[in-house]
Design a protein around this ligand. Structure first.
Ligand code: HEC
Length: 161
């Protein structure tokens, strides 16, 4: 009887140890980002130097319209009298994070679509691609974990959207 209890005890301790070891090895290991059953590699960490440069460039080129704190225009979803849309926020409350890096680069380089009477200027003449990428890194540093994961997934898996 005693040996059976002892055996169960040893088994239970063994199982606990196994759980502990597996929890410890999973913890801190970057996990793939899985959305709709499709996996993207783990979220890359942002380069702090790029984020800092992006913040500086944003203040200089973008803040006048998109807000000093990325908040966008009040009522940014309501079209103006000329049919154009006010500047949207660039933080998690906007929808920049819905789009892949490639599309964001194009919008910032070439400006908003003329067909929608967009007031988003083209910055291709003033900013190099690395500078635009730094601004995007700054935006990413301000997004929540879920928004960042979604945007990373769209960038890797979703293509142009
Ligand atoms: C003169 C005002 C103005 C400036 C300056 C400006 N934007 Fe915009 N931006 C807009 C407006 C207005 C829109 C919305 C355009 C539309 O939807 O037609 C917009 C849209 C965008 C979008 C698309 C957002 C989305 O969800 O589709 C991005 C990205 C963006 N701007 C980034 C930037 C960046 C980066 C800078 C600075 C380099 C910048 N903008 C400077 C007015 C501006």
């Amino acid at each position: 009887m005693l040996s059976r209890t002892l055996l169960l005890f040893i088994l239970a301790v063994g199982l606990l140890l196994l759980l502990l070891v597996s929890a410890l090895t999973t913890f801190g290991t970057p996990q793939p980002v899985v959305i709709n059953g499709t996996a993207a590699p783990p979220l890359p960490t942002l380069n702090p130097a790029a984020v800092a440069e992006g913040e500086r460039l944003y203040a200089r080129y973008c803040a006048s319209c998109h807000g000093a704190n990325l908040e966008g225009a009040p009522d940014w979803k309501t079209p103006l009298s000329d049919g154009s849309l006010p500047p949207p926020p660039q933080d998690s409350s906007g929808h920049t994070w819905h789009h892949a890096d490639s599309l964001l680069l194009t919008i910032i380089r070439e400006g908003g679509a003329p067909t929608t009477n967009s007031k988003m200027p083209a910055f291709g003449e003033q900013l190099r691609d690395e500078e635009i990428e730094a601004i995007l890194a700054f935006f990413k540093s301000r997004w929540g974990e879920e928004e960042r994961k979604f945007q990373w997934w769209v960038t890797v898996v979703g293509g142009e959207q």
